[in-house]
Design a protein around this ligand. Structure first.
Ligand SMILES: Cc1cc2nc3c(=O)[nH]c(=O)nc-3n(C[C@H](O)[C@H](O)[C@H](O)COP(=O)(O)OP(=O)(O)OC[C@H]3O[C@@H](n4cnc5c(N)ncnc54)[C@H](O)[C@@H]3O)c2cc1C
Length: 621
């Protein structure tokens, strides 16, 4: 009980709403005009996933190529690449297939830097790994690549990829400090063993404090202080400037991570509360989205809770925030709107003790200030993005943060996606609850009539999530097999396409962010079945720069909407990013094997046809 009490005390929760903003909307840049489909009238306000009618990307030397869904067309895949770039890609992928080099990549890089000196090292990196996976040192240097890709139908999501290379020990220390309130005392061993694994799930554990472990396809931020969060905010705003201005002419996105913008403690606490709410709700509502006082009475009886009529009525009245005689999951999830009343309302009947149990106590003044700052930073990014006509993708992270990240993103959508999808949430299909979450948020966007923007991924944290679940003892949140994850992905996409067809065009905008050919093929085929054309700009595709060009470029040249995550930053400061790329490529050998085969094929074709001097930047587009 003591442990529970302490955990309850530790569960301080938001009492602040995202601050008010002025919504600036309505102009599209010269290069980002709205595209109207035949089904839309010029009065139709709906705006689609990208507004790039000015992007001219059909190669002049051919008809629009039909999309080969086996992704075997090496000519289409590398039309945007010079022969030197093809040779570089082959070299890099071959290097990534040498286990010794990949496993010891950090040491190899460190020693190369020492032996070669800064200048030579940077030159060699630019001619190899850096050149393959990173666009350039700054917003100006990346322009040629971004513009060239765009000529071939591939747009950019800028990602400033400078990462600090802190030791695992420092990472764990930073994590333990930033995930609990300043005066938090860790549970004693006997208390911890008393506490249920579901509660422990939202408590930081030192052994999992280095959130980078086993994660290659996502970057990790550790909290230092509020100044560092302000710096991250500044960087995100600079990315918005780059996207809005010279680089992508107003057609782009930026990607942000919430853990870069505030103390992770709040994300843990809010995730804990949201999860408790949902569990409580499911007990009473089952599969329904609402339950009535009668349902409440019956379920209490069924689970054997002895309660007087007066207490039952009092409990129900406390839970029925909207006073409409029904308890609605979506209302209950609406944490930020409950605002200062939240502490009062966030209570659930403890069916074991028969008492009303608060989930919230108030935050200390300093914590409240930090939380407010985090929400203000989110707000500032959204406002700035709207002003610059750039869209914001909020990345998904670990499951102990994700309920809060997703909830806050939905709150931002509610507030900012009133005339178009500016804010995009991310859904990880390896989660058992992925389909239910997408469905819930789609329903909410319909009910409250805001634009729904989403990026759909498989998920980057599988190994870490599984190990944490087993060690702490809660249910593994991840699908049991790769096949189950793929099925989940495909059912999410089917649901989205159904809903696209039930609403006016443009109300739902989605990115399929995957390197998986079957998933891309599935999406393209389902788009056809659902009469969603590439030009409707309702569904787009996303891949990382330097990976799976044989998927991105044929899609782009067939006029599907495609984006590359484009990392940039000074050579020496993006080494941790490059290290992750090397590790990730080792893990997807089958994909790399196919890329190598296609690169060779194209190289040989150019040799045979005397096209070795082919230069895409000079080819007319
Ligand atoms: C543009 C872009 C943006 C991204 N943004 C995010 C983000 O915000 N958040 C995030 O978490 N990830 C993100 N990712 C990474 C993504 O989630 C995947 O880790 C990565 O793309 C590999 O998945 P895939 O579909 O491309 O390829 P595949 O190789 O087909 O799939 C590999 C993935 O399948 C799943 N998987 C593999 N084995 C199993 C198994 N045994 N059981 C269950 N599932 C399994 C895992 O998720 C694994 O990462 C992003 C990726 C891209 C390209």
């Amino acid at each position: 009980m003591a442990a529970l009490l302490r955990t309850a005390l530790y569960r301080n929760v938001l009492t602040v709403r995202i601050p008010e903003t002025k919504y600036v909307h309505g102009h599209f840049s010269q290069f980002g005009r709205t595209k109207f489909t035949s089904a839309q009238s010029l009065n139709d306000e709906s705006v689609t996933v990208d507004d790039d009618s000015a992007v001219k990307h059909v190669p002049a030397d051919s008809q629009l190529p039909a999309l080969d869904l086996s992704f075997n067309s090496s000519k289409e895949a590398y039309r945007s690449k010079s022969t030197a770039e093809i040779a570089r890609a082959l070299f890099v992928f071959n290097m990534c297939s040498i286990p010794f080099l990949v496993n010891h990549n950090k040491t190899v890089l460190k020693w190369s830097r020492r032996l070669l000196g800064k200048r030579l090292f940077c030159q060699i990196m630019k001619a190899s790994f850096y050149g393959q996976f990173v666009a350039g040192e700054d917003q100006v240097a990346i322009r040629p690549l971004v513009n060239n890709n765009r000529k071939y139908g591939v747009k950019s999501i800028l990602d400033y990829s400078v990462e600090e290379d802190i030791s695992s020990k420092d990472a764990k220390e930073a994590e333990m400090k930033s995930c609990v309130p300043p005066d938090f005392e860790p549970l004693r061993a006997e208390e911890a063993s008393d506490t249920s694994p579901d509660v422990q799930r939202f408590v930081p554990h030192e052994e999992f404090g280095d959130r980078r472990e086993g994660v290659f396809s996502a970057r990790t931020y550790f909290y230092e202080d509020e100044t560092k969060c302000d710096e991250n905010l500044k960087t995100f705003k600079e990315c918005i400037d780059a996207v809005a201005g010279a680089v992508t002419d107003g057609t782009g996105f930026i990607a942000i991570k919430m853990t870069a913008l505030g103390r992770p403690q709040f994300l843990l606490q809010l995730s804990d509360v949201i999860t408790s709410w949902r569990n409580f709700f499911e007990k009473f509502a089952g599969d329904k989205t609402k339950f009535s006082e009668e349902d409440f009475k019956t379920t209490l009886k069924d689970i054997g809770v002895q309660v007087t009529r007066d207490d039952r009525k009092r409990w129900f009245a406390l839970l029925d925030v909207t006073c409409d005689g029904e308890i609605d999951l979506l209302d209950w999830d609406n944490l930020l709107d409950i605002n200062t009343q939240m502490g009062k309302h966030l209570v659930i009947p403890n069916v074991k003790t028969g008492e009303i149990q608060p989930l919230v106590v108030s935050l200390q003044k300093e914590e409240e200030e930090q939380l407010n700052q985090m929400l203000l930073r989110l707000n500032e990014i959204a406002q700035y993005a709207i002003k610059k006509d750039v869209r914001v993708m909020v990345d998904a992270e670990q499951t102990y943060f994700q309920p809060a990240i997703s909830r806050l993103t939905i709150e931002m959508m509610r507030k900012f996606n009133k005339e178009k999808a500016v804010i995009f949430n991310t859904y990880q299909c390896y989660l058992k609850k992925a389909y239910a979450s997408v469905k819930l948020d789609l329903d909410l966007s319909k009910r409250e009539d805001f634009y729904f923007g989403a990026k759909i991924v498989r998920g980057a944290y599988m190994e870490q999530e599984r190990e944490r679940a087993v060690t702490i003892g809660y249910e593994d949140p991840i699908q049991p097999t790769f096949g189950a994850t793929s099925l989940s992905y495909h059912s999410v996409m089917e649901e989205i396409m159904n809903q696209i067809n039930q609403r006016s065009r443009g109300k739902i905008a989605v990115m399929v962010a995957s390197h998986n050919e079957d998933t891309v093929k599935f999406t393209v085929e389902k788009m056809k079945e659902n009469n969603i054309g590439p030009h409707d700009r309702l569904i787009c595709f996303g891949q990382l720069l330097g990976m799976c060009d044989h998927i991105s470029f044929p899609l782009g040249q067939a006029e599907y909407s495609v984006y590359k995550y484009v990392p940039y930053g000074p050579v020496e400061e993006v080494l941790p990013y490059l290290s992750r790329r090397a590790m990730e490529n080792r893990g997807v050998l089958k994909k790399v094997k196919k890329e190598k085969r296609l690169l060779w094929k194209e190289l040989l074709r150019r040799v045979k046809n005397g096209e070795l001097r082919y230069n895409p930047t000079k080819a007319s587009a």
